[in-house]
Write a new protein. Structure first.
Ligand code: FES
Ligand SMILES: [Fe+2]
Length: 437
């Protein structure tokens, strides 16, 4: 059976087995996670030569390290000698990475530098030090976000993101001087859910906010949050399976953090951001919105929480989350963002806990044999191929819909069934010029 048979994206019916089947999960590791450009770090996390973080690409543990030349390197965190994990720290500063087991030492580019009794290896015909480094990935950046892929045939990151970059600029380029992740590392939590439930929630499920988050949003925003139900100003945009839904409300999400000082500050930036990005993207900066970069990198404008949904098995996901801010933001306001995003979208945040419970039950229900053979309904509103003047990608405007989720699962099926990258269509780029890889 082809993956495309599991997802009826035209009508909007999705086979539940894609959320629990171990064989499908194993195939996702190969077809999606070993192929895609995956977010691995913000460049501010590895600002100096020798700075490193560890993370995951699919279930592959990787080290992201800034080398002496200033280039950012990404390589497997598993020793090619007997396979031991090389680095156990989440982040740090190092000159080299030395394996605990027999002492093989690797440089900041992952290359094998030395080991005890090196002469015994060098005397073996055919042994070359350069063949036994930590396997390196391709690395590319977009405005501070560092992505990597293990697929030598993947298109450039610019092609992979395509015109989605034009939308990404609403959070990455709103202020001069670039962005950073607030220092202090990530919050990490584990949810017993399939990784696609959170990814599809962020790609286009504003619908749940009206119900799931009402208890949390009402005290801060009033009934229905006022802006959330404004259909006229609601948009869903999708490019290459990446999706962003938003309501052109400027401060909608930010308002739920309940910090007037923070909102005053954001308001004071409104004209400057409009001058830089135009009125439309200015409104996306803090609006009621959420987005996913395919497959598992998501963020919420307004709270500026950025997170990866790391797959840990068909029914387990580890969430790593950070807060992104413009570098030029005053320290006091950065701190207010830290507290605001923790209050709302952290493992103990009043909004994130609501989501997690839903995704866990959506997953665990599939333990039942009859249940797991039913379909899920993604049929809200027909997908209209709208062309919105000035807006790149597939645009659905003025209504709640499952459009972005359907594009997400369409992309999922394209990856799952593709023999090579030539089977995976890429939308032409029209907006943002090429950046160097
Ligand atoms: S397993 Fe790493 S040095 Fe032996
Ligand atoms: Fe939510």
């Amino acid at each position: 059976m082809k993956a495309a048979d599991y997802v009826d994206v035209q009508f909007g019916a999705i086979d539940r087995r894609i959320f629990w089947d171990p064989a499908i999960y194993e195939r996702e590791l190969e077809q999606i996670f070993a192929r895609s450009w995956l977010f691995v770090a913000h460049e501010s996390q590895v600002a100096e030569p020798g700075a490193f973080v560890t993370t995951y690409m699919g279930q592959d543990s990787v080290i992201v390290a800034r080398g002496d030349s200033g280039a950012i390197n990404v390589f497997l965190n598993s020793c090619p000698h007997r396979g031991n994990r090389v680095c156990f720290a989440d982040s740090g500063q190092s000159r080299a990475f030395t394996c605990n087991y027999h002492g093989w030492a690797f440089g900041l580019d992952g290359g094998l530098k030395k080991m005890p009794k090196m002469g015994l290896y060098k005397s073996t015909p055919g042994f070359r030090m350069e063949d036994w480094g930590l396997k390196a990935a391709r690395v590319a950046e977009y405005k501070g976000l560092v992505f990597a892929t293990f697929d030598p045939d993947a298109p450039s990151l610019d092609d992979y993101l395509g015109d989605f970059r034009w939308y990404l600029d609403a959070v990455l380029d709103a202020e001069e001087g670039g962005t950073e992740f607030l220092p202090g590392g990530a919050t990490r939590s584990v949810m017993n859910c399939n990784w696609k439930f959170p990814a599809d929630n962020f790609v286009g499920d504003i619908y749940h906010a009206l119900w799931t988050h009402l208890g949390g949003a009402e005290p801060t925003l009033g009934r229905h949050g006022g802006v959330i139900v404004d259909n006229e100003g609601s948009y869903q945009v999708s490019v290459n399976g990446h999706g962003w839904e938003f309501n052109d409300s400027f401060l909608g999400n930010a308002a739920t953090m309940g910090d007037r000082e923070l909102l005053r500050y954001m308001k004071s930036r409104q004209d400057k951001i409009a001058a830089r990005l135009g009125d439309f993207r200015m409104k996306m900066w803090g609006s009621v919105a959420s987005a996913t970069v395919f497959p598992n990198f998501s963020f919420l404008p307004g709270y500026f929480t950025f997170r990866t949904f790391q797959p840990k098995g068909p029914t387990k996901t580890e969430i790593h989350a950070w807060t992104l801010v413009p570098k030029t933001m005053p320290d006091d306001i950065k701190d207010r963002f830290r507290r605001g995003s923790m209050r709302t979208f952290s493992p103990s945040g009043m909004l994130e806990m609501d989501d997690g419970e839903n995704w866990e039950h959506s997953t665990s229900a599939n333990a039942g044999f009859v249940t797991r053979n039913q379909k899920l309904c993604y049929a809200m509103a027909p997908v209209a191929e709208q062309v919105e003047e000035g807006l790149p990608g597939h645009v659905t405007r003025g209504q709640l819909s499952d459009a972005n989720q359907r594009y997400f699962y369409k992309r999922w099926a394209e990856f799952m069934d593709a023999k090579s990258w030539s089977d995976i269509p890429l939308a032409p780029r029209t907006r943002v010029p090429e950046a160097a890889e």
